[in-house]
Write a protein that binds this ligand. Structure first.
Ligand SMILES: [Cu+2]
Length: 111
């Protein structure tokens, strides 16, 4: 009986715990793609791109070959990272300036 009561309390405890909302998202820069290449975030969330590849990469807002000036990490070497806060709703396309021709691009949808 005591064991059942303890398990019941544990389950109650879990039931009261709301899943934490994560306002920090990470996108891996790989050779030669973003992972995930499509990401949904809430307005106000932060996305951090981390270069997990061996090659240099950038995260640059805009369509391939046409930066729109919202953000540009500059060249990130392996291990480098860049952070951006999405303060307005919208679909934000971005690409790698070095590998755009290899279709290295992604999109963040902020809602
Ligand atoms: Cu790249």
């Amino acid at each position: 009986m005591r064991a059942v009561a303890v398990i019941g309390l544990i389950l109650l405890g879990f039931g009261c715990t709301k899943a934490p909302v994560d306002h920090n998202h990470q996108v891996a820069m790989q050779d030669f793609r973003f992972a995930p290449d499509s990401l949904e975030v809430a307005v106000g969330d932060t996305v951090t791109w981390v270069n997990q590849g061996a090659s240099q990469h950038t995260t640059t807002s805009g369509q391939v070959g046409a930066p729109d000036g919202k953000w540009d990490s500059g060249v990130l070497s392996s291990g480098g990272s860049f952070m951006y806060v999405f303060t307005a709703a919208g679909n934000y396309h971005y690409y790698c300036q070095i590998h755009g021709s290899m279709d290295m691009k992604g999109v963040v949808s902020a809602k």
